[in-house]
Design a protein around this ligand. Structure first.
Ligand code: ADP
Length: 495
């Protein structure tokens, strides 16, 4: 057995992070750096892949230095990443043909609408579990082929490669030797059939995408080649890849059907393990690959809301009624649950289960006596209500979790988690280690490299820091949810 550490790269939407773990999943060192966001016009969001690469190499060097680690000390590398973000590069030079088009980018909205008008959403959803929405990679690839000079011809000549960020990083880490991605990232492209676990020729022809652009799709724990880039300082195998939300499910040891995790960072992402069944959603959720290990696919249902922790930033930076996000906890505790004021933070439209891009935010139910503390508390409550909408949609699809494991920056707020448990009428568990995403990637790599004998070990390592049991009486919960439903009805544009 070589090395005593595992190295995990977490390439996120606003920053990149490298964490070095020992084989018992203790953090030895980490380094993190933000990188620039590019907004060329309203609705467009890009990243410079070279900036991402530089940022990843900087934090990897930084973490290795802090740990005092050389390449020989690292058993394996795992990668987790912002999903759906799309890069096309030249196979010869490794140079991107254009900036990365980020998951938030809406430039292909009209293209998607035209395909929907042609009746194509149903077959796309049946094969991919996704919606025909600009969020996913497929229409971004089509845009690059149709709008960047010479790209289609070079793609058809087999000179170019497409990949999500994991795949681009792997290409760079291995010096252009490996063009591969994992099944969770592939499942977010609109091009991958989640039932056959292969790129789908019908989908490729629907979007006009040559198969030669596409990477090889492997298990989440697999041999991805040897990273020999300068930042590693030697040869280390890459052994694990998973998209960020799926990696968090793994980091939360969500291996059994029914296990559900909810991440509260900028937005909120709920992912429920549905075992070997690709449960179709009748409630506007996504069906996706939760993980693929040893050739066996575990499916998941996923729902996301765009605004969670960022609502606290809005209170702090725009309304300026709190000094810091954590202050919201003391305010809500002092104020108590608010029954008459509702904040609907639909700043960027409503995500699942409404998918109403034109809805906008509102504060409802104000009276002469309503004050700052009510608005702060109601904003915290709104994050729990949005989660409740997702969990109810999952329940209607046949997947009601008996407990929810939470992670992300916002779960430091005990008041929020108690209210969440009350509104969901379901226990909420917070682990000791709330950095589930990066831990998942490290563990996948360790498992493949043979330094961790079973992924199931994560279940033993998973330590509960706190459990929040539902304690609210049913009548009050129903009143609150009725008030929330009424508030949402008032901001929707599609009813
Ligand atoms: P991301 O990974 O999306 O950048 P993090 O997981 O780091 O996000 O979480 C940061 C978010 O959590 C911020 O939006 C912040 O407003 C929110 N947050 C942090 N601490 C608290 C708290 N104690 N109460 C409520 N929200 C919080």
């Amino acid at each position: 057995m070589r090395g005593k550490f595992l190295l995990a790269i977490d390439q996120g939407t606003s920053s990149s992070r490298t964490v070095i773990y020992d084989h018992d999943a203790n953090v030895v060192a980490s380094d993190q750096q933000e990188f620039p966001q590019i907004y060329p016009q309203p609705g467009w969001v890009e990243h410079d892949p070279e900036e991402i690469w530089k940022c990843v190499t900087d934090v990897t060097r930084g973490a290795m230095q802090k740990a005092g680690a050389a390449a020989a000390d690292v058993s394996a590398i795992g990668i987790t990443n912002q999903r759906e973000t799309t890069v096309i590069w030249d196979r010869e030079s490794g140079k991107p043909v254009y900036n990365a088009i980020v998951w938030q980018d809406r430039r292909t909205a009209d293209y998607c609408q035209a395909k929907k008008d042609d009746g194509l959403e149903k077959p796309v959803t049946e094969k991919t579990g996704l919606k025909l929405d600009p969020y996913f990679s497929g229409t971004k690839v089509a845009w690059l082929l149709d709008n960047v000079d010479g790209v289609r011809a070079r793609a058809e000549a087999g000179k170019l490669a497409f990949g999500t960020i994991d795949c681009f990083l792997l290409w760079r880490l291995t010096g252009g030797r490996v063009h591969a991605t994992d099944a969770t990232n592939a499942s977010r492209t609109l091009l991958f059939n989640i039932h056959t676990q292969d790129w789908d020729d019908e989908l490729l022809s629907m979007f006009g995408i040559p198969r030669s652009l596409l990477p090889d799709v492997r298990d989440c724990a697999a041999d991805y080649g040897i990273a020999s880039a300068d930042c590693i300082g030697g040869d280390v195998p890459v052994c694990g890849i998973a998209g960020d939300q799926q990696s968090a499910l793994i980091g939360q040891a969500g291996f059994e059907p029914g296990m559900t995790k909810s991440t509260y960072g900028t937005g909120c992402f709920v992912v429920a393990n549905t075992g070997n069944t690709a449960l179709p959603s009748h409630n506007q959720l996504l069906t996706t690959v939760g993980m693929r290990i040893g050739g066996e696919v575990t499916y998941a249902l996923e729902g996301s809301v765009f605004v969670a922790g960022s609502a606290m930033q809005w209170l702090r930076d725009e309304l300026r009624i709190i000094d810091s996000a954590p202050e919201s906890e003391a305010i809500a505790r002092r104020n108590g649950v608010v029954e008459d004021v509702y904040v609907v933070p639909a700043f960027a439209g409503l995500g699942a289960p409404y998918w109403d891009p034109d809805a906008r935010g509102a504060i409802l139910g104000l009276t002469r006596g309503s004050g700052r503390d009510d608005i702060v508390t109601a904003t915290l409550q709104s994050v729990a209500f949005q989660t409740s909408d997702l969990i109810n949609a999952m329940g209607d699809d046949g997947m009601r979790p008996s407990v929810i494991r939470v992670d992300g920056g916002m779960v430091a707020n005990d008041w929020f988690l108690q209210f969440l448990a009350d509104v969901l009428d379901t226990p909420v568990e917070r682990p000791d280690n709330v950095e589930s995403t990066v831990l998942g990637a490290a563990y996948l790599a360790g498992f493949q490299a043979g330094v961790v004998d079973s992924l199931g070990n994560l279940g033993d390592l998973w330590q509960r820091d706190a459990v929040f049991e539902p304690a609210m009486d049913a009548a009050r919960r129903e009143r609150l949810l009725e008030g929330w439903n009424d508030a949402v009805r008032r901001v929707r544009t599609d009813d």
